[in-house]
Design a protein around this ligand. Structure first.
Ligand SMILES: *Cc1c(COP(=O)(O)O)cnc(C)c1O
Length: 475
């Protein structure tokens, strides 16, 4: 496989276009950029071939737990590409962008209904940025109340972004272990909750795919203690139309629009986040806010007041907002079926696999579940993940959450058929058998992909992410 620059070097004696003589002042003339000089057809073939070496949801199952890699209906793409949306300039006066303001406002209303919260912002670009915003809001809220609170409670099954956010906002993370049923241990929680605790950050259903059974008691105790409840709602795909974080006692909840509300994602973006809060925190949300003045007039309110300020330029990632509203509107009041099918698919798949792989928390799951391959040997999860590639599937999330050894975290999503789930289960069973009968075959996998085993340590320690011109090209 070549880099696009290497095609250039290969064309022997190619002729670069003569620079056009524009009689520009000398100091405005740039050096020739070291861009590759390649035929159009070679460019097309280069990138088409690269795309064929990739894997995506359009090629097959992508059961990456916690990431909700579901199929994204094409109609959302069509809508987002409508010229009025795709070429809208963010600085256009609001009198000329009424439709788009209405669109943002309507998505806000839908998500308020889905989460059971009072106020919302769509400005953050991702779930992790919502967390940052939420904890910044908590910080300001307590500062204004003159309360010194320095701790944030986070269970040990949480996504790494939760403690990272706490640290970024200069809070101390207090980790609570999980109990035998995969809930945050209620006893440990009770012993830890004190007047120093600013926020409890919980993921519900948690990253084990399990609903927090003590959520109401945890919320009540927090409330009595003056502590805020933050919900990492990345797993909302399990709850749409079934349960609202607002009813579970949360004061803030974030949604990952690119997960639950069907935007293609992976590889770092683009994404969209929504942070919904209870009314007593509404004034802290970022500006500008969309105001509905009457049935047909929307405006932007820039007054800062108690707001923590901006978290993103303009109004967030508008293209993601369009896709999310399109997705929600196309489901309408049937949106509950998304989660019903996501939960059904996950429970069906776990029923096929739990005889062969260890199921550490044997409860009915939500939209995902965590298996352990510890019964198949050390490092078996890594071997299995690589071997799955030979069968044409993307592997699940592995070695996460950290509390399960040799973890395989599987999220089939609602968009997969029973036939696909059956096939995936039979592949996982076959690999378990291969590991016993022909372990080298599995340990040396993948055998069929364009690139085999990578040196992951070297890749992490000495990343080489940028092409540099040869010394000759560096003027
Ligand atoms: C994905 C995820 C996050 C982070 O969200 P991003 O949108 O990737 O920043 C946080 N928590 C959980 C449980 C997640 O699955």
């Amino acid at each position: 496989m070549k880099l696009i620059f290497e095609y250039d070097e290969q064309i022997s004696g190619h002729v670069r276009d003569e620079p056009i003589d524009l009689e520009l002042p000398q100091d405005l003339i740039r050096d020739e950029l070291p861009l590759p000089n390649v035929n159009e057809i070679d460019i097309v073939r280069h990138y088409t071939n690269l795309s064929r070496k990739n894997y995506g949801i359009d090629l097959g199952l992508y059961p990456l737990g916690s990431c909700t890699m579901k199929y994204n209906p094409r109609v959302n793409e069509d809508i987002a590409r409508l010229k009025g949306f795709s070429s809208l300039h963010p600085l256009i006066p609001s009198s000329c962008s009424q439709g788009s303001l209405q669109l943002i406002w309507e998505l806000q209303e839908s998500l308020k209904e889905i989460t059971g919260m009072d106020n919302i912002t769509l400005q953050p670009a991702a779930g992790s940025q919502c967390e940052l915003l939420g904890i910044m809001i908590a910080k300001k809220y307590f500062a204004e109340k003159n309360e010194k609170r320095s701790k944030i409670i986070i269970p040990d099954s949480a996504h790494g972004t939760n403690p990272a956010t706490a640290a970024m906002c200069k809070f101390q993370t207090v980790t609570i272990p999980s109990d035998k049923r995969g809930n945050m241990s209620l006893n440990d929680f009770k012993q830890t909750l004190d007047s120093e605790v600013a926020v409890v950050m919980l993921t519900n259903p948690n990253t084990l795919g399990l609903f927090e059974e003590n959520i109401l008691e945890i919320s009540d105790l927090s409330k009595e203690n003056g502590t805020l409840m933050y919900c990492d709602g990345a797993n909302m795909n399990a709850l749409l139309g079934i349960s609202k974080p607002g009813d579970q006692g949360f004061d803030m909840v974030h949604l990952n629009l690119h997960k639950t509300f069907s935007t293609p994602h992976g590889g770092g973006g683009p994404g969209g986040g929504a942070l919904a809060v209870n009314s007593f925190l509404g004034d802290y949300l970022p500006i500008p806010r969309i105001i509905k003045e009457n049935e047909s007039k929307f405006s932007l309110d820039y007054s800062v007041g108690k707001s923590v300020g901006r978290i993103h330029s303009f109004y967030g990632n508008f293209g993601i907002i369009v896709r999310a509203l399109s997705y929600i509107k196309s489901w309408g009041s049937n949106i509950r079926r998304v989660s019903e099918h996501a939960v059904l698919n996950a429970n069906y798949l776990v029923s096929l696999l739990k005889d062969v792989y260890h199921l550490p928390f044997d409860r009915s799951c939500a939209h995902e579940f965590v298996l352990s391959s510890k019964n198949l040997g050390e490092k078996s999860t890594m071997y299995i993940a690589k071997r799955i590639l030979d069968y044409g599937f993307h592997p699940p999330t592995i070695y996460f959450p950290l509390i399960v050894p040799e973890a395989l975290m599987i999220e089939p999503t609602e968009t997969e058929t029973k036939e696909t789930l059956d096939e995936f289960a039979s592949v996982l069973k076959k690999i378990a058998l291969e590991l016993k009968e022909n372990p080298d075959l599995v340990k040396e996998a993948p055998h069929t992909t364009p690139i085999g085993r990578l040196d992951e340590v070297k890749a992490a320690r000495e990343p080489n992410l940028r092409w540099l011109p040869t010394p000759d090209d560096k003027k």
